[in-house]
Design a protein around this ligand. Structure first.
Ligand code: IPM
Ligand code: MN
Length: 351
């Protein structure tokens, strides 16, 4: 029996999570997988009501679960940064979810803005470091609000943190068994301390323990260029927290938009969170028009990470089947409502 914590969150979060759970129930019934869900109400609504973000006791409680299924965190009435730092990043850091795994996969019948590129060209995975870099909040400000203001925001890169991420990426590339190539995305020509550490760790680990995996390198600026021009060159990309954040939004766009892009904040030895990459999309909330495919994809990644490979593969097949019938992956233009799509994927998954 898997214990799953469910955080619907804000905006369209609860709607897409509902469809994800619908599909999980359907496929779990088919494969004899048992899950028990417990809901938590973290997010903007709760913060505005109680001033509470993520209480200490909640983190302790969440540690007892096998996985977390999250909708979206973000509220138009809350100043940017508060919920992100207080809930989302707090959770990633406290649960030491040091990997952010983001598959960039274009499914059949899904539109990509890339001319002359199809599903055979767009199928790679970004392994983003998720607990260090520019996200630690390290730094400070002097003379704030004056003409002499100084702002320092430091990128933290520890050998341990970098190496565990790189090892995960090599292991993942080997397991994926597609191009057997791992690309380090960094900026060695400018970040001669941080990217240098990444580069040395990358080659040392690769040479010693993963001789079967081809090692490639691309500067982050060039990476964005290749992702548009020749996405077929990539198999797995490993990169730091901020570079990974940026290139995976580009990745989401070339795979058909935020409506189809799932991700996982993973602690390979602990509790992981699975979520659609899109935000809370408040303007679509409660209208039954948002695309739940990304959340369903996140549910699929959760099954896969829990070791339920067959069930995960079945969900993916069901997603592909339903995407063939959809008019578009964009909210309000799908030809079906949010809940209809959930029903269709659930039906296909249980068949
Ligand atoms: C993401 C998001 C977050 C990030 C924000 C909301 C803090 O953009 O999951 O990619 O930057 O990691
Ligand atoms: Mn992002």
């Amino acid at each position: 029996m898997y214990k799953i914590a469910v955080i619907g969150g804000d905006g369209t979060g609860p709607e897409v999570v509902r469809e994800g759970l619908k599909v999980l129930d359907a496929v779990n019934g088919k494969f004899g997988v048992r899950m028990e869900y417990t809901s938590f109400d973290f997010g903007g609504e709760r913060y505005l009501r109680t001033g509470e973000l993520l209480p200490e006791s909640a983190v302790a409680e969440l540690r007892q679960f096998d996985a977390i299924f999250l909708g979206a965190i973000g509220h138009p009435d809350v100043k940017p940064g508060i919920l992100e730092k207080g809930v989302l990043l707090n959770l990633r850091f406290q649960l030491d979810q040091y990997i952010n795994l983001r598959p960039v996969k274009l499914y059949p019948n899904v539109d990509t803005p890339l001319k002359d590129k199809g599903p055979e060209d767009i199928d790679f995975v970004v392994v983003r470091e998720n607990t260090e870099g520019l996200y630690t909040g390290s730094g400070g400000v002097l003379k704030k609000g004056t003409p002499d203001e100084v702002a320092i925001q430091t990128s933290i890169n520890t050998r341990k943190g970098v190496e565990r991420c790189i090892r995960y990426a090599f292991e993942y590339t080997r397991r994926r068994n597609k191009g057997k190539a791992l690309t380090l995305c960094a900026k060695t020509n400018v970040l001669t301390f941080a990217s240098d550490l990444w580069e040395r760790a990358f080659h040392e680990v690769g040479q010693a323990d993963y001789p079967d995996i081809k090692r490639e390198y691309a500067h982050v600026d060039a990476t964005t260029m290749w992702m548009v021009k020749n996405p077929e060159w990539f198999d797995v990309i490993v990169t730091d927290n901020l570079f990974g954040d940026i290139i995976t939004d580009l990745g989401a766009m070339i795979q058909g938009g935020l409506g189809v892009a799932p991700g996982g904040s993973i602690n390979p030895e602990g509790v992981s969170t699975f979520e659609p990459m899109g935000g809370s999309a408040p303007k679509y909330a409660g209208k039954d028009v948002i695309n739940p495919m990304a959340a369903i994809g996140a549910a699929m990644m959760m099954l896969d990470t829990l070791g339920e490979k067959e069930a995960a593969a079945r969900v993916e097949d069901a997603m592909v089947e339903v995407m063939q019938k959809m008019k578009s992956m964009s909210a309000g233009k799908m030809g079906y409502s949010t809940s209809q799509i959930g029903d269709m994927v659930a039906e296909a998954a249980a068949r």
